[in-house]
Each structure stands twice: as structure tokens, then as C-alpha cells.
Design a protein around this ligand. Structure first.
Ligand code: SF4
Ligand code: SF4
Ligand code: SF4
Length: 264
């Protein structure tokens, strides 16, 4: 499903989507400081995801979403969990929202699994600590990463409070069926860090992020800075939470959390 054309052009025109990487990068360099002052940037675009956890129910639902991301981005399946590479994964409530839990939360919530990914934070510490600018924030709010500039220092991993980055301890290509990789997306090498890119390559083609596309409406994508956007409509009509608000990174991934109607 492609994004409504008018809506996409509006986002693309304001955000620099479709500009070459260097053009977008130079915009970032010029505006990074200003955009980090406020959660709603001068560019008028802050791309965001809203995940309705009540709409992701079965193992198949979770698998469809994570597989969509990992297959098109050639993310290897490495059995050794110490070496695993993950762009989108699941964890329980306690680990997802450690500062928003208590012993009396509903049983269904304790049992529920949550989808986790890079939060494309408005104030991303990973960007601040990256010595090579391999990790950088785009004017549209996406925290992007250029693996070619990554020297594998892992400062960004230490700085990210969400564990959203993976280091390639081993050659990832050994854990991919190279006959079945997506030829339109590069594979990575040992010694670099990687993470969810909010599907920049799909956005540039007018498509929604892959996880959004296969989620059957459970994940919604849009511009947080636009009061009329679909994400803002959901945020203004549903109770949502973000991960670890106390650390002040201002995530752009929101979770719709309800009562019994949403859990289970
Ligand atoms: S979730 Fe982590 S990796 Fe993603 S932007 Fe925030 S700090 Fe950076
Ligand atoms: S590991 Fe790569 S992306 Fe992370 S801080 Fe170091 S150079 Fe930047
Ligand atoms: S936005 Fe794209 S890259 Fe990020 S988790 Fe979803 S499918 Fe993967």
C-alpha cells in the first residue's frame, strides 16, 4: 500500500526526502542544533510511528512484521544471541517500560509482547556521541546511519538507552542465504553497527515503512509536526506512552495502551 500521494508529497517536500544523502546531510548539519532544541523541528516534519499493541495479537502477527523488516533489509538470523542483529524485535512490558510498571498492572499487560525498534529520538544521544557522523539526524527526524562511515567504536550503543543498535561481531553474510537476499538493499560487514532506518529507502519511493505496510493497521506512520496528520489524530484520541521518558530523548515511537479492550 502506498502512502496517499498528496500526503507523501507534502512530507517529502518539507523533509528533504528524495534529496541525495549529501544534500540531506548538509541540511542536517545546518539545522541539527535548532531541531534539537524543540521536539517539533523548524523543518515542519518529525516522522513518527504509533503502535497499537492491542492490534498485534498472534505469533504470526509479530512474525509477519519482524520478517518484513528483516527480509527486505538483509538482517541476518544469527542463533548466538550475543551476536544477534535486530532491527525490530519483541520484549515484555517490564523491559519495554521499566519506569512505568508496578506490581498491580493487568495480567494481560504483563503477558503482552511489545514491538521494539529505534525510536528515532528527537534528542538522540547516539548522534551526539558518534565521532564520524556515521549516525546523523535528518531534517525529517529520522536518525539515519551510514555503515560506510561507521568505525565500529560502539559509542552509539553505549549511549542508546533502548538497546536499539546491533554490532556485527561476526560476518553477517555468513548468516544470510546470499541467493535470497534483497538485491536492492546492501548487506553489511563485520565491525559495523546497524539499526532500523525507518525505511528511508522506501519513503524515498513513496512507500510506507515495511512494518507499517504489513501490520494491518496496527502501526501507523506520519508527521508528528502536522496537527492534521494521522499520527496526531491517534495521539489526541488514545492514551499512549513512550519508552523511558525520564531519559529525555523524546522518542518518535508511541504505543497505544488501553485497558482490557486493547490487551491480550
Ligand atoms: S532509540 Fe537509540 S539508536 Fe534510536 S535514535 Fe534513540 S538513542 Fe539513537
Ligand atoms: S559505532 Fe559507528 S555509528 Fe556508532 S558511534 Fe561509532 S562510528 Fe558512530
Ligand atoms: S521502520 Fe522499516 S527499518 Fe524500521 S523496523 Fe519498521 S520495517 Fe524495519
Amino acid at each position: 500500500m502506498s502512502i496517499d500521494r498528496r500526503k507523501f508529497l507534502k512530507i517529502a517536500g518539507l523533509s528533504g526526502i528524495g534529496l541525495g544523502l549529501s544534500a540531506a546531510d548538509s541540511l542536517v548539519k545546518g539545522k541539527a542544533h535548532a531541531s534539537e532544541e524543540s521536539s517539533l523541528p523548524e523543518s515542519g516534519v518529525r516522522l513518527a510511528l504509533v503502535i497499537d499493541i492491542g492490534k498485534i495479537r498472534t505469533d504470526e502477527d509479530y512474525k509477519r512484521i519482524t520478517d518484513a523488516c528483516h527480509s527486505i533489509h538483509n538482517v541476518p538470523s544469527i542463533p548466538n544471541t550475543k551476536h544477534e542483529v535486530k532491527w525490530i524485535w519483541t520484549d515484555n512490558y517490564e523491559h519495554t517500560f521499566p519506569d512505568q510498571t508496578n506490581e498491580f498492572i493487568p495480567h494481560e499487560m504483563k503477558e503482552k509482547r511489545f514491538l521494539l525498534l529505534c525510536n528515532h529520538c528527537a534528542k538522540p544521544p547516539c548522534v551526539r556521541v558518534c565521532p564520524t557522523k556515521a549516525t546523523f539526524k535528518r531534517p525529517d527526524g529520522i536518525v539515519a546511519q551510514d555503515p560506510h562511515r561507521c568505525i565500529g567504536c560502539r559509542f552509539c550503543m553505549a549511549a542508546c538507552p533502548y538497546g536499539s543498535r546491533s554490532f556485527n561481531w561476526v560476518d553477517p553474510r555468513k548468516y544470510l542465504d546470499m541467493n535470497k537476499t534483497n538485491p536492492d538493499y546492501p548487506t553489511r560487514t563485520m565491525g559495523v553497527v546497524e539499526k532500523c532506518t525507518l525505511c528511508v529507502e522506501r519513503l524515498a519511493r513513496g512507500l510506507e515503512p515495511a512494518c507499517v505496510e504489513v501490520s494491518n493497521g496496527a502501526i501507523v506512520f506520519g508527521n508528528l509536526a502536522d496537527p492534521g496528520s494521522n499520527v496526531r489524530k491517534i495521539l489526541s484520541t488514545h492514551y499512549t506512552i513512550i519508552r523511558k521518558p525520564a531519559v529525555g530523548t523524546q522518542p518518535s515511537v508511541f504505543y497505544v495502551i488501553g485497558g482490557g479492550e486493547n490487551a491480550g
